[in-house]
Write a protein that binds this ligand. Structure first.
Ligand code: GTP
Length: 310
């Protein structure tokens, strides 16, 4: 009965004697290792699996036999310690089964201590875990990025702005923000259609994002055709330079805009506001100042940069 049970269970079972020789090798082990019992019984376990020497499982077997300590090998640290394969195809591709391994000391009447090694196939669980992790990462990135342009979304901007503003206050550095709005975009949509409007939004977003240089600079789609930029550790003069550079970059794209006045190209207006170390303000005040600067830029004819201090 016991032999039938050992043959039927969906777990690998190996018993080693005090000299690490294999004294039990169930059918599951034969099937997944490719070694029938006749080939391994009486042999040193490490001669069957030579690449185990010096590894965690080798140590766990020693500890079980010598010190009577059981061990469970962490699945994340030791994914596939034994050369075991799900099937022939996996073996020929050299793809080992993902395993959970437990080593248990066994007191055998009238003999020195043995140990039992139990192996289970956790490939499906590991695969499921990986899928869930990938999905979680995908969801996370969707939560913080704008669906149309792929840059950060408003939520990402709000969080980043709060964090950077606190950091600027704490460490006594400047923080500049820009509000950027595409000029005459309603007329652009009306003239070229919404689809081309979307394409232009994407091009403008990519050009703006590609022009920022420092790793902590963040550009987000603030709403509709409006973008916001956070520039940590940047004073007012530096912010004005960045803004002017962005304005020129968009003009250089030379995207035709037949319905715009002036250059008849797609242009942007930019408002700049800076929190200096001597004048810390609230985030709303900083955004309000950048907004006012943007509307001043619009009023003064668009395609320009205006600075306003909070
Ligand atoms: N194609 C497209 N258009 C959008 C999107 N979001 C907002 N818009 C359009 O952007 C336009 C913004 O128009 P307004 O706020 O009147 O400003 P404007 O025409 O750009 O004029 P000024 O800002 O004063 O230069 C509206 O017509 C919106 O429909 C979008 O995701 N795709």
């Amino acid at each position: 009965m016991l032999e039938h049970v050992l043959g039927a269970i969906d777990v690998g079972a190996v018993v080693l004697d005090a000299d690490r020789r294999v004294v039990l090798w169930n059918r599951w082990m034969a099937q997944h290792s490719g070694h029938p019992p006749a080939e391994v019984l009486g042999r040193d376990f490490l001669a069957v699996f030579p690449d185990l020497r010096g590894k965690r499982l080798d140590g766990a077997v020693r500890q079980a036999l010598r010190d009577n300590f059981p061990a469970v090998l962490s699945q994340t640290l030791h994914k596939a310690p034994l050369a075991l394969y799900a099937d022939r195809a996996a073996r020929s591709r050299g793809v080992r089964m993902q395993q959970a391994v437990a080593v248990t000391p066994l007191d055998v009447a009238g003999a020195a201590r043995h140990c039992l090694i139990q192996v289970s196939d956790v490939s499906a669980a590991v695969h499921r875990e990986r899928l869930l992790r990938d999905q979680a990462m995908e969801l996370r990135s969707q939560t913080f990025s704008d669906g149309l342009t792929g840059i950060a979304n408003r939520r990402h901007f709000d969080l980043s702005m709060e964090k950077e503003q606190r950091r600027a206050k704490r460490t006594g550095i400047s923080l500049t923000m820009l509000m950027i709005d595409i000029d005459f975009f309603k007329a652009y949509n009306d003239h070229y259609g919404h689809q081309q409007g979307d394409d232009t939004l994407i091009r403008v977003a990519n050009a703006l994002a590609g022009s920022l240089q420092r790793p902590l600079d963040l550009i987000a789609r603030y709403g509709g055709e409006e973008f916001a930029v956070v520039l940590p550790d940047m004073d007012s003069a530096g912010g004005a330079r960045v803004a002017e550079n962005l304005r020129q970059r968009i003009a250089q794209l030379a995207i035709p805009h037949a319905a715009a006045t002036g250059s008849r190209l797609v242009t942007v207006s930019i408002g700049v506001a800076t929190q200096s170390p001597h004048n810390p303000v609230e985030v709303v005040q900083l955004i309000g100042a950048a907004d006012r600067a943007l509307y001043a830029a619009k009023r003064c004819g668009r395609d320009r940069v205006v600075i306003e201090n909070p």
